[in-house]
Ligand binder design. Structure first.
Ligand SMILES: NC(=O)c1ccc[n+]([C@@H]2O[C@H](COP(=O)([O-])OP(=O)(O)OC[C@H]3O[C@@H](n4cnc5c(N)ncnc54)[C@H](O)[C@@H]3O)[C@@H](O)[C@H]2O)c1
Length: 146
């Protein structure tokens, strides 16, 4: 998101997280993760068109495009334990988006309400279609045709 903000100053990017400590840290020079050049990139956009917040519902409602990048740890129980991704955080986020978005914005005004690019082909595409997402497997044919 820092790269998008740095390269596209005409767009406003808001990063939200449920973890307030992380959101605080992103606004300092003591970042929660290390990547070479990341701090310099952030400094070029922070406060200009890159903002950080814990007000997730407000940011969802304001947004025209939403990128979801929440934890997807390996499942520790159930089908696919030890191999498949645990999508509980992703599913919770999808539901929050559904709840926090004004219906006339997400369903009426936009030709395609939301997109999911499924790099691992692990998501439940049928369930996502049902709640209004368009799902695109990356690098593979769709698992199912609807
Ligand atoms: N880190 C990498 O190099 C990398 C590379 C490729 C893909 N990915 C994928 O990107 C995704 C995120 O990875 P990461 O390493 O950034 O994970 P991370 O655990 O560092 O960060 C995920 C963040 O999501 C937040 N979060 C969880 N639930 C939330 C919710 N409901 N609303 C708002 N925020 C919420 C957490 O508080 C956390 O700060 C994963 O699917 C991972 O597989 C990561």
């Amino acid at each position: 998101m820092a790269m998008i903000a740095a390269r596209c100053p005409q767009y406003e990017v808001t990063v939200v997280d449920i973890d307030a400590d992380r959101i605080r840290a992103w606004q300092t020079d003591n970042l929660p993760i290390y990547e070479p050049g990341l701090l310099e990139l952030l400094r070029s956009a922070r406060g200009r068109n890159l903002f950080f917040s814990t007000d997730i519902e407000e940011a969802i409602d304001d947004a025209e495009i939403i990128f979801v990048s929440v934890n997807t740890p390996t499942k520790t129980f159930g089908e696919g334990a030890g191999k498949a991704a645990d999508l509980q955080y992703w599913e919770k986020t999808a539901r929050t988006i559904l709840d926090a978005s004004r219906a006339n914005k997400i369903f009426d005004s936009m030709e395609k309400p939301a997109f999911v690019f499924d790099g691992r082909n692990l998501l439940d595409h049928e369930a996502l279609y049902r709640i209004g997402f368009s799902v695109f497997p990356i690098g593979k044919p769709p698992l199912k045709q609807f």
